[in-house]
Design a protein around this ligand. Structure first.
Ligand code: FES
Length: 316
């Protein structure tokens, strides 16, 4: 059985659904859109402030600490001494703290998944809970002087954590959970005509394709804004979202991206900013090209070009 078939088998496991319901209820009540947890906290847990998902960064703590504990235990067992016991115990404890952080951030991200990704996430979480319980029991046994039992429990926990980490990797690399959904798109580096200016009414969003990349256009008076149209969170169509004075809200999970601040995420769950584009009008055509900052668009930038400039930039 290859990995894809294995994951499809996991995705068909209906016995995971009761766990899914429990996790879903906890996630909704503790971290959902209408939960009492402040949005700023939920955004922080997603990693919006980091412009990168926080969960995979935090998972390095338990994985690294428990790997260190396993190595220290192995060295002590081989010698055999207990010189490294204190270090191993500390590593187990550090891993437990990291596991708590990974659980909260992971649950916060998982609540937006669906279908097979969701079930694989449920198994990932279940294994992590199992590993955490085993390491918790391991620490208790170590403190009570039953070091052999503590090491055995730790080894079992390490096996579960390793299996879970594999599933987590699959969720990222195959299911693209937490991946910037605009990655792989090719924003134009040079100005490209995308739409006649007359076809962009005031305060209406238009989706255009440039080199296969969907771009969102919107006009506010003499300013034309352009952002990548694909939501970086899970690929929602921003042109079908809600238009605000300075932002667009994704119709799928409510992420907000700024028009005037380099496509920054103003509200999660998205963590990666949108691409923003410099715009101008030449020969009645709206043109866009990639920009590092969206703030460079004064009214003059979208005003009709001077005749000599228009002639210089027109094809042929
Ligand atoms: S796809 Fe989730 S917020 Fe846009």
């Amino acid at each position: 059985m290859n990995v894809r078939a294995l994951m499809q088998t996991i995705a068909r496991q209906r016995w995971l659904d009761p766990v899914d319901r429990v996790l879903g209820t906890v996630a909704t009540r503790a971290l959902g859109q209408d939960s009492p947890t402040p949005r700023a906290v939920r955004n922080a847990l997603h990693g919006t402030w980091l412009q990168h998902p926080l969960h995979p960064a935090i998972t390095d703590v338990p994985v690294g600490a428990w790997t260190a504990a396993t190595v220290l235990d192995a060295v002590d067992t081989l010698r055999p001494t207990n010189e490294l016991a204190a270090g191993a115990d500390a590593a187990v404890a550090i891993g437990l703290v990291g596991a708590a952080g990974a659980a909260v951030t992971g649950l916060n991200d998982w609540q937006y998944t669906s279908r097979d990704t969701r079930r694989i996430g449920v198994l990932h979480a279940t294994l992590n809970v199992g590993a955490t319980l085993l390491y918790g029991a391991s620490l208790v046994m170590r403190r009570r002087g039953a070091r052999g039992a503590g090491r055995g429990l730790g080894l079992l926990g390490f096996a579960l954590a390793g299996t879970s980490a594999y599933l987590g990797g699959h969720l990222v690399y195959e299911k693209r959970l937490g991946v910037d959904r605009t990655s792989g798109q090719t924003p134009p580096e040079e100005f490209v005509a995308v739409l006649p200016e007359s076809e962009l009414p005031e305060r209406q969003m238009r989706r255009v394709l440039v080199h296969g990349m969907p771009i969102l256009l919107v006009r506010f008076g003499d300013r034309i804004h352009a952002l990548s149209e694909t939501c970086t969170h899970m690929g929602g169509p921003l042109s079908e979202g809600e238009l605000g004075e300075d932002r667009v809200t994704c119709p799928w999970h409510g992420s907000q991206f700024a028009f005037d601040d380099a496509g920054q995420v103003l509200r999660g769950p998205a963590t990666f900013p949108a691409y923003c584009f410099e715009t101008r009008v030449r020969d009645g055509q709206i043109e866009v090209r990639r920009a590092d900052s969206c703030q460079q668009q004064p009214a003059a930038a979208v005003a009709p070009a001077a005749p000599e400039m228009a002639a210089a930039s027109s094809p042929g």
